[in-house]
Design a protein around this ligand. Structure first.
Ligand SMILES: *Cc1c(COP(=O)(O)O)cnc(C)c1O
Length: 390
């Protein structure tokens, strides 16, 4: 082997930062940071000095993204995790003890139900599934003083809107923490902490990043609740990679304009579908026919989000024909929050873990299609739907 110069070695200290700052945040991939001496290590590891030690604990891109998300939610503290589920797991591990109980909304994201109602049972944490659209049912469930209640601002796929002020009041009166998954609303339309929630949860994978190229999650809340959260996220290995955080931070720069456009498009799409009168149902909180329209008007600020759900007559066969007919103009991609419109089929994807009876209760059948409306022109989306429905 040739005798190569030492300065090609990646461990050679990098050149000092130039004096004038770059316009955009740099991507800091380093897993570990240099310590001057044992006293310096002591100070940084004890938290007495700022700076970074090891990327699983903290790194600049995660700190920057968490700060942005915290500002969007007016949260005193926030943490970014490697996925939305990672963030929910961090909340559970930080806030709930063995022997305590969690109330689970009956309309939660499938894997959230799996975590809260099935996985937690293995660790002696009890759960109860409750219709959180019924304040009576919630009041009954809170009599046992559970540790936490988990609901979504806008649920999937029926887009039910949670009555956050009333839920917060009931939870507070019983000493129960209210955790709100705000993924479908985003802070553009709802800031649950302002309505009295204790903890807000976002899957940044969806609209927040907005480009379908990272999985990340965020948890935000009050400082007094936060002592254990960063330690739990690092100890259980739930934290996120610098590159994912860097991408999501860029995505957040366009969040408000993307949501404004997508939400206006979704309203137009919902009105078009509703006016057809040949569908079994059309769900969108911006339609006066939606059961939570009045609540959505008071809770959501200036828009109803980008998700629209409808049910075709003719069950699964009709859905399959529709998905083939719409083809590449609206891809069947079982996630949401991309730049472009995508569709999902709850029966075969998000709600496949539900029993047929549970799906029937939620009004989901084989003909149900959930649209994640994107930022194309509304006319283009409606034209693709019209063609496929014909
Ligand atoms: C996708 C999603 C999650 C989970 O987030 P991941 O980033 O996929 O782990 C949680 N809640 C809702 C409402 C979601 O849509």
């Amino acid at each position: 082997m040739n005798d190569l110069p030492d300065d090609l070695d990646a461990t050679t200290p990098p050149p000092a930062r130039c004096e004038n700052a770059p316009l955009i945040p740099p991507l800091e991939l380093s897993v570990v940071y240099r310590m001057r001496d044992p006293d310096d290590a002591d100070a940084r590891l004890s938290g007495a000095a700022s700076g970074y030690v090891y990327a699983r604990d903290r790194h600049p891109n995660a700190v920057e993204l968490a700060a942005k998300c915290s500002r969007l939610h007016a949260a005193e503290e926030g943490v970014v995790c490697g996925s939305g589920m990672g963030a929910l797991a961090a909340a559970v591990l930080a806030f709930i003890e063995h022997g305590q109980e969690v109330i689970v909304s009956d309309q939660l994201y499938g894997l959230s139900v799996n975590l809260l109602a099935k996985e937690l049972a293995r660790f002696g944490i009890r759960s109860r599934i409750v219709d959180t659209s019924s304040l009576n049912d919630v009041e009954q469930a809170l009599l046992s003083r559970p540790r936490m209640l988990v609901c979504e601002t806008i649920s999937n796929p029926n887009l039910r809107v949670a009555n956050l002020p009333d839920l917060a009041r009931l939870c507070q009166a019983n000493g129960t923490l209210l955790l709100v998954d705000n993924t479908f609303a985003t802070p553009v339309y709802c800031q649950p902490l302002r309505w009295g929630a204790d903890v807000v949860h976002e899957s940044l994978t969806k609209m927040m990043n907005g480009h379908s190229d990272v999985t990340l999650g965020f948890l935000g809340g009050r400082r007094e609740l936060w002592a254990r959260v960063p330690m739990v996220a690092s100890t259980w290995g739930l934290t996120a990679s610098p590159f994912d955080c860097w991408l999501a931070s860029r995505g957040l720069g366009t969040l408000a304009v993307r949501m404004e456009r997508a939400s206006a498009n979704a309203q137009a799409v919902a009105e078009y579908l509703h006016a057809r009168r040949d569908l079994v149902s059309v769900h969108y909180p911006g339609l006066p026919s939606h059961p939570d329209h009045a609540l959505a008007r008071s809770l959501l600020s200036g828009g109803y989000g980008s998700m629209v759900t409808f049910t075709l007559p003719g069950g699964r066969d009709a859905a399959t024909r529709f998905i083939h007919a719409v083809g590449d103009s609206i891809p069947f991609a079982p996630s949401l929050g991309d730049l472009n419109t995508t569709l999902s089929h709850p029966e075969s994807t998000s709600h496949r873990g539900y029993s047929a009876a549970e799906r029937e209760r939620l009004g989901i059948d084989g003909g149900t299609i959930r649209l994640s409306v994107g930022i194309e022109s509304a006319a283009e989306i409606v034209a693709a739907l019209r063609l496929a429905l014909a």
